[in-house]
Design a protein around this ligand. Structure first.
Ligand code: PXP
Length: 232
């Protein structure tokens, strides 16, 4: 199983001051040096964390794969076609594209999703659809021509109950039977990630918030020591 690191919240921190620190590309390169097999960045319609320039810079400079998370927005599709990331993961941003739990409602927006991803697939970009673990969503995803689904692990992560875990396991098996490859993510952390090993065939996990949060604590001692030296 592979680890994709989502670096959106490095950009959130940078944008809090509107400057250049912490540098998103530098963070991505460190992730790669330490086991990330891909870098995910979500270019939101409101550009609240990752900016257009980050996507161009990441695409040009990272050594692994860039996975561009994006909504069904024409201007972002245009950027994707220009940048040609290894993959895109289509996520909901607008209310009408969302199911109750938060994945993309592919079954309810079938034609729109199929038509939106076609130019991306034609350009050789791998397409993944971020969906709730429901068979109807998996079947619809398969029929759009997407090669991957990313199972939304939010309910599993929040509730951590057996029922939510079994849903993920069952849906992953169903998706793989259809020929889809299966990723998973959202809310995974250092405790709940271990059970993902019990789901056969999972390809990659995309994890962001827990890694950036942990980095504050694993890095703050050194950061203060160095500043204390400078201030002394
Ligand atoms: N996968 C997708 C599709 C997401 O939208 C997100 C959150 O941006 C993640 C994975 C990572 O979630 P988290 O930051 O909770 O690890």
């Amino acid at each position: 199983m592979l680890l994709g690191v989502n670096i959106d919240h490095v950009a959130t921190l940078r944008n809090a001051r509107g400057g250049v620190e912490p540098d998103v590309l530098a963070a991505a390169l460190i992730c790669e040096e330490n086991g990330a097999t891909s870098i995910t960045a979500h270019l939101r319609e409101d550009r609240r964390h990752i900016k257009d320039a980050d996507i161009y810079s990441l695409a040009k400079n990272i050594k692994t794969r860039l996975n561009l998370e994006m909504a069904m927005a024409d201007d972002i599709q245009k950027i994707a076609l220009e940048v040609k990331p290894h993959s895109i993961c289509l996520v909901p941003e607008r209310r009408q594209e969302v199911t109750t739990e938060g994945g993309l409602d592919v079954a309810g927006n079938f034609e729109a999703v199929r038509d939106f991803i076609k130019p991306l697939l034609d350009a050789g970009i791998v397409v993944s659809l971020f969906i709730d673990p429901e068979e109807a969503q998996v079947k619809a995803s398969f029929e759009t021509g997407a090669q991957f689904i990313e199972m939304h692990t939010g309910s599993y992560s929040n509730n951590c109950c057996e029922e939510e875990f079994l849903k993920l396991k069952k849906v992953a098996a169903y998706a793989q039977k259809l020929g889809l490859r299966v990723n998973a993510g959202h809310g995974l952390n250092y405790e709940n990630v271990h059970r993902m090993h019990e789901i056969p065939g999972l390809y990659e996990l995309n994890i962001g918030h827990s890694i950036v949060s942990r980095a504050v604590f694993t890095g703050i001692a050194e950061a203060v020591k160095t500043m204390a030296e400078a201030v002394k």
